[in-house]
Each structure stands twice: as C-alpha cells, then as structure tokens.
Design a protein around this ligand. Structure first.
Ligand SMILES: [Fe+2]
Length: 420
C-alpha cells in the first residue's frame, strides 16, 4: 500500500455503522509462508485495527487475539466529472506466521468489526501449489464476470492464491467499476490472497488508477522507481517465483522499460526456485496478427529464454491462445525451447482469434479461468470455460539438464472459433 494521505493519528474515535469495513482483500507478500497483507476501507477517517488468531472450531476468545493497528490513508478519489469522493483506506501486514497454517482475522473497530475470515499461509518449498489465473475482467463486471470468479472458486475452493493479468476494470479511476469488482469477488478476495499486474485500462497515460496502491498492498521489491511501485514485483510462493512486470508502463516510459529489464534480469538470475512464471498484461504472442507485440519480444524474450522462465501468463487480447514458440533450442538440438505462453480473458468483452502458428489451442467468444497446479517437478494446467468445462490442458515436466517436456492433454471438443 502506498500512502498519499494522512496516517495513523488524528482520527475521530466515533465509529458509526456507516464505517463497516468494505473492499476487504488479502494480497500475497514477498514471503507468503510467514505473512499476508490485508487492505480495506471505510467511508470516514476512523481508526481501524486488525485482530487475528489461530484457527479454531469455537468462537475466538478475547485472550487469543493478536492486535495490529492499521496504517490509514485518506484519499480524495477524482474521476473526471464524477463528484470527488473522500474515503479512507487501511492496511495491515500480519507477520511471523507459521508456514502451511490456517488463521482467522477480522478488521474494523469496536462496533463495526468485519466477520472473522479464514486464510492459510503458504507451506514448505516441497508442498503442492495451486492457483487461479484470470485474464481481463474489465467490462460488465458485476453482471457478467461475477459468475466466472464464483465458478472458479467452486471448482477449486482450496487454491493458494489468485492471479489477475491486468485490466481488472475498464475506465481508469472508476469507483463504480472497482465497487463491482469487489462485490463480484466478495469473501473470495478476503480469504484467498491475490496478486495482480496492471493493464492499460488501469492507466491514464502514466497515471496509475488512483485505487490501485490504496486498495492493494503488494510487495515493494521492484525497481527503485516510484512509477513502478506495487506494479513490478515478485512473490516467492514455495518453490515458485511469480514475477509481475508492468507492460503498459514499459510502453509509456523508455526509462521504466530499461529499469524493468535490468531488474528482471537480476531477479531471474538470483532465483533458486524450481519454477518461474512471468506475469504481465500484454502478450508476447497475440491471438490476432494485428495485435502483435514485437517490441516486447525484442526487449524481454532473450531474458526469459536465457533464464528458463517456464510460463508467461497474459491478457489484453480478449480471446484465448496457448502455445510454445516452435523454435529449436540452441543448447539442446532437437528440443523445443522457451516458455509456454498463454493469453486469456475472463470478462465478457470478447474479440476474435485468427490462426497464429504459435497457438496449440485457441478460443473465441468464450470467458475462461485457468487452474494451475504444481507438484514438485510437474505443472498441470487446465483452462476452464465460464460454465466449468475443461477447454485446454497440458502437463509441463522438468527434466534435469534438458528443456521442459510438454505433454498435451487437449480435450476432444471443437475449438470455439470467433472471427469478429
Ligand atoms: Fe488491455
């Protein structure tokens, strides 16, 4: 969380029912086996606390509760002609937790506590990992996207975290759209930690949506550049390094592009994790010829091939595509090199797909979510349609001293083509 307003002191101690905490969300920290970040907001500038305890089957006793005072920041949200809105965002990081353990927390104050909410910390390096990946949410969020996150949750209620590939909303700074995003996710966002990378719809030129740093508390381990704070970062989740880079800012600012590239080289070189996944909004390879991103490939692709990034998860194209560049490895003749690339979409704004040689599976006019499971040297990937049908599947297997083996498991169902 990035503070641009007042912090801590000077708040009224009178808390009314209008100050029930809302937009409660968990975010992954840099080290999610020991900590989790919680962010929420209230209508007025009131003091807030977070209480947490070990999970219990009976009511949480007062003596078992640990208390953290929230960091608070009052912000005036400005969005074009919409009347300015003043709200107070709060955050707290729960630290010194045990790996693979369940806890309860609530946020608020004396008369306006939230419900107690359960969460689980990341486990040990060798434990399995599962997470959900959503492409662009963006449009008709409450009306037509809420069912996708709810289907994802009912399909895999025990996932470790959620990942959003940018364009969570459509109009930069739109309070109404963020309200819909939180309403759609509701307790899912409050109980499963998430990480997100921004898309072009979170930006107005180089101005990041004023909700982003206020309502999310994301790791601040990116490049030393304010413009990239909480948009460029990494999370080490057990034996997986998840890296977020800010594709839109790289486009807008040559300096940000250089800083990001240098930082990415460092975090790829230093990691000792078995698995590495790069997340960004713009695809390296697109689902339509006229949306190609040559510059991104020229800038970043040599790095991700050099350091053996396993997957690249993206959005932006409002269609589905998954494949691996069909290029022979320079160091392993006869083997295909490079990561598996995915473009996906979860919201109802949908574009067509055209035949692109990189794609092994493609789909149009369909909303998706993806479930990715890692168990030691094997990664399983499934793309589900909004109604819960498996549309695409593969395994990726680590082989000592060789490139990853890709085992296709594409279901025997017709491709959903849509060329508009
Ligand atoms: Fe986009």
């Amino acid at each position: 969380m990035f503070f641009i307003g007042i912090c801590g002191t000077g708040f009224s101690q009178t808390v009314g029912n209008g100050n029930v905490p809302e937009h409660i969300i968990l975010n992954l920290t840099e080290n999610p086996s020991e900590s989790v970040a919680v962010t929420w907001r209230t209508k007025d500038a009131v003091a807030q606390k977070l209480q947490w305890a070990e999970v219990t089957d009976s009511p949480v006793l007062a003596n078992d509760r640990q208390v953290i005072a929230a960091n608070s920041s009052t912000i005036t949200y400005i969005d074009g002609d919409v009347p300015p809105l003043m709200l107070t965002n709060h955050s707290a990081v729960i630290r010194d937790l045990e790996p693979g353990s369940r806890y309860l927390y609530r946020v608020g104050a004396e008369t306006t506590w939230s419900e107690w909410i359960e969460f689980e910390t990341a486990g040990l390096a060798s434990d399995p990992i599962t997470f959900i990946y959503f492409g662009d949410v963006q449009a008709n969020i409450k009306s037509q996207w809420s069912r996708v996150i709810r289907k994802a949750f009912s399909t895999a209620p025990d996932v470790d975290f959620l990942y959003y590939a940018g364009d969570l909303i459509n109009h930069t700074h739109s309070e109404e759209e963020w309200k819909q995003w939180f309403e759609a996710g509701s307790f899912i966002h409050a109980s499963i930690p998430s990480m997100m990378t921004p898309g072009n719809h979170e930006y107005d030129s180089t101005a990041l949506d004023n909700h982003w740093r206020a309502q999310f508390t994301l790791p601040e381990n990116g490049p030393d550049m304010d413009l990239l704070s909480e948009t460029v970062y990494y999370v080490d989740y057990q034996d997986l390094r998840m890296i977020s880079i800010d594709a839109d800012m790289m486009d807008e600012s040559p300096e940000a592009a250089v800083e990001t590239r240098n930082w990415l080289a460092k975090v790829l070189e230093e990691t000792n994790k078995t698995w590495t996944i790069l997340t960004l909004h713009y695809p390296f390879y697109s689902t339509k010829a006229n949306r190609d991103n040559v510059e991104l490939r020229e800038n970043i692709q040599p790095l991700i091939e050099k350091y053996g990034v396993d997957m690249v998860l993206t959005g932006h194209d409002h269609a589905y595509g998954r494949g691996r560049e069909k290029v022979e490895s320079m160091t392993r003749p006869g083997e295909i090199s490079g990561p598996v690339y995915v473009v996906s979409v979860s919201g109802p704004k949908l574009y067509g797909v055209s035949d692109q040689s990189w794609m092994s599976r493609k789909g149009g006019n369909t909303q998706f979510f993806q479930l990715i499971s890692i168990n030691q040297n094997k990664l399983n990937y499934k793309a589900y349609t909004a109604s819960g049908e498996i549309y695409d599947e593969f395994d990726l297997v680590k082989r000592k001293g060789r490139t990853n083996k890709l085992i296709e498991k594409i279901p025997d169902t017709p491709e959903r083509l849509y060329t508009r």
